[in-house]
Design a protein around this ligand. Structure first.
Ligand code: FES
Length: 238
């Protein structure tokens, strides 16, 4: 495999041909935020948090889906990029309903951690709060579309690692959501193996294991109703 030489934040570095910019940037100790990327899964290039500036183009490049090229001159943390990433995270927070204080993964959420790291203490955009369903029909897992950022990590883990092909996307724009077996209640899925990989890779509290919900869902029949506080939601079979 050939070696390419490029410039990263004013430092001359070398990389292996075929590597993604993200790999190379991280190998060189630069901390680039990501949400849709997960080592071991294919790249989706969806969240755009890993964007970088490259000399010679005004376009921002998503580092996870851009292969390194000889002579590139890359910058990762310009004022414009920091502003852009902040805006993206704020838009994610505004798009659905992320109420951390009543979330099962409060304190373990990648979106929450990223917002804190970027210094986001308020969201400048009007929240959309779409009325999306919660699927609590599975015996072990709960899927709350209102906390989903559509990173697709669960879909790729289910396809590429487990080989079950249970999860997919449906809908457009703010109505986009993850579906189970062509939009069936998760509890009735014949393809789901119950492996829990989707739970492990979810960066937010969109897919959680029942046992991770304090006290357990069964012992807390009011749990989902409480987290849906003030909102009318369709809940799949309880
Ligand atoms: Fe690159 Fe999401 S990590 S676009």
């Amino acid at each position: 495999m050939g070696v390419v030489t490029l410039t990263l934040n004013n430092q001359l570095i070398s990389a292996r041909e075929g590597q993604s910019l993200l790999e190379v940037i991280r190998e060189n100790g630069v901390d680039l935020p990501t949400l849709c990327h997960l080592d071991g899964l294919s790249e989706r290039g969806g969240c755009r948090l890993c964007v970088v500036e490259a000399e010679g183009t005004s376009r921002l490049l998503a580092a996870c889906v851009t292969p390194v090229q000889e002579g590139m001159n890359i910058r990762t943390h310009t004022e414009r990029l920091v502003r852009y990433r902040k805006m993206l995270v704020e838009l994610l927070l505004a798009e659905r309903t992320h109420v951390c204080s009543v979330c099962a993964v409060n304190g373990r959420c990648e979106l929450q951690a990223l917002a804190a790291r970027l210094g986001i203490d308020h969201v400048r955009y009007e929240p959309l709060h779409p009325d999306l369903p919660v699927d609590a029909s599975h015996g072990r897992f709960v899927l709350d579309h209102n906390r989903c950022i559509l990173c697709g990590r669960c879909v790729r883990a289910c396809d590429e690692v487990e080989g079950a092909h249970t999860l997919d996307f449906m809908g457009r724009g703010v109505q986009s959501r993850i579906i189970v077996d062509l939009d069936q209640p998760w509890g009735s899925s014949r393809s789901c193996t119950g492996c829990g990989k989707c739970v492990q890779v979810c960066p937010t509290g969109a897919i959680v294991a029942r046992e991770n919900i304090a006290g357990g869902v069964e012992k807390r029949p009011d749990f989902l109703l409480r987290i849906l506080e003030g909102r009318q939601k369709r809940i799949w079979r309880w």
